[in-house]
Design a protein around this ligand. Structure first.
Ligand code: CTP
Length: 417
């Protein structure tokens, strides 16, 4: 999608600079040419040599280097680009941009440019929420700079909150929409791309009662589903999260409905009303006890253990996916498999009638259930995309960005997808 596009990537000095390497790799994979300018502080976090190796181009660092200015003046660096991306955008570079400083090559290029600028902030939560940074960001937005992120989450400084740089995949999706639909229409789309959209997410296990004290359930932690609900809300969606019993906290900015059984989960999903997108990440128990005992089942001396008579549970994903006027535009299921992952997931997508399936290997050796990371494949009608192993909130961010892009597309593009 980025074939022939030229990105000037400005790497400022923050711990998130290591993600810029991944960003370059992904941009190049998609056909873009990437040229890097790195600040003095940025070069303390990633070496110009790494940036050069990945971009396969010279890396520019110094405004006062005769070679730099001879071979490529700062004005030319901007002229040659379709888009300038500042990632990570630290509090310092945002302040220098807002103040119109030209005290190094990066700031000078940003002051001299008439090209669109995308900034991906990354800093400590207190720096991000400081009145000075808030004012600088406002100023820059008014001047036309587009922002992506920052995301909420754990930070290198052992704090939690907004300040984490957006994932490279999210930044790539933002760049694609900026270059595909034009800046004016991309900006609102990037900042709150899911504003006005309603999303439904199921998460966690379900619990099927055997009697008032015993139940059938599974190991699902709800981490992935909850992270998806949070990521969709961050992009502006109005999110209803229907969660089975989990220990993870309700995400902020999300309406969470707590349920136990699959029947209750289905009822809560149907009660959520009209939705644009549904993501069924819950590990719904396939069977329930046909007639749970009203009283605790007692052991009778010498008697055989009781037989559990099971009945099938409703399939929530398949129910939501049924064609009809009220069907969401996009329905995403998960396929938890322990063998023949992709083949089973492709089959599951068709059987359940959903649009996309996120397939993940849940064999015990992968540590997916209850763990922090997930290796998934995104399966749509047109193919299979293999994603690298990512933290669950990174999978969530990437999926939310993909959903936003999909919902923003005109119908004709959807049909061609
Ligand atoms: N799902 C659902 N309701 C069910 C069972 C599954 O909504 N009763 C959804 C899950 O949330 C997930 C998808 O269907 O999005 C696939 O779940 P999975 O457990 O992988 O598949 P199953 O339908 O249980 O199929 P199988 O056990 O044969 O793998």
């Amino acid at each position: 999608m980025l074939h022939g596009k030229r990105i000037l990537l400005i790497v400022a000095g923050g711990i998130a600079a290591f993600k810029s390497l991944e960003l370059i790799r992904r941009l190049r994979e998609r056909g873009a040419a990437v040229r890097c300018v790195v600040t003095e502080a940025g070069a303390k976090f990633v070496t110009p040599l790494s940036l050069q190796a990945l971009s396969e181009d010279r890396v520019y660092t110094d405004m006062f280097s005769l070679t730099d200015e001879n071979e490529m003046g700062h004005i030319q660096l901007s002229r040659d680009a379709d888009l300038l991306v500042v990632a990570p955008a630290t509090a310092n570079i945002l302040a220098r941009m807002a103040g119109g400083m030209a005290d190094d090559l990066a700031a000078t290029v940003l002051l001299a440019t008439d090209k669109p600028v995308l900034a991906a902030p990354a800093m400590n939560v207190r720096m991000w929420t400081h009145a000075a940074t808030v004012a600088n960001v406002e100023t820059l937005k008014k001047r036309g700079v587009t922002f992506i992120g920052p995301n909420d989450g754990a930070m290198a400084c052992n704090e939690h909150g907004p300040g984490r740089m957006s994932e490279p995949a999210e930044i790539v999706a933002a760049i694609e929409s900026m270059l595909a639909v034009g800046l004016a229409s991309a900006r609102p789309l990037l900042e709150q791309p899911l504003a006005g959209k309603r999303a439904l997410v199921t998460s966690g296990p379900t619990r099927e009662a055997i009697d008032p004290v015993r139940y059938i359930s599974n190991h699902s932690s709800g981490k992935q589903g909850h992270a998806i609900a949070a990521a969709l809300a961050r992009l502006g969606a109005e999110v209803t999260l229907v969660s089975g019993p989990v220990t993870v906290a309700d995400p902020t900015g999300v309406r969470t409905v707590h349920v136990d059984s699959a029947d209750e989960m289905l009822a809560a999903c149907l009660a959520a009303g009209a939705i644009d997108v549904a993501v069924c990440a819950a590990a719904v128990a396939d069977w329930k006890v046909a007639k749970p005992s009203k009283a605790k089942i007692k052991k009778k001396p010498g008697a055989q253990p009781p037989a559990l008579d099971l009945a099938p549970n409703p399939d929530i994903l398949a129910t939501l996916s049924k064609p009809g006027t009220g069907r969401a535009t996009l329905i995403v299921g998960f396929a938890a498999e322990t063998e023949n992952l992709v083949a089973n997931a492709i089959d599951k997508r068709q059987r359940k009638g959903c649009d996309w399936i996120v397939a993940n290997d849940v064999s015990p050796a992968t540590g997916t259930f209850g763990g922090e990371r997930n290796t998934v494949h995104l399966i749509s009608a047109t193919g299979v995309e293999d994603w690298p192993t990512l933290a669950k909130d990174e999978v969530a961010g990437r999926l939310a960005a993909r959903i936003a892009l999909h919902l923003a597309r005109p119908r004709s593009a959807e049909a061609a997808e």
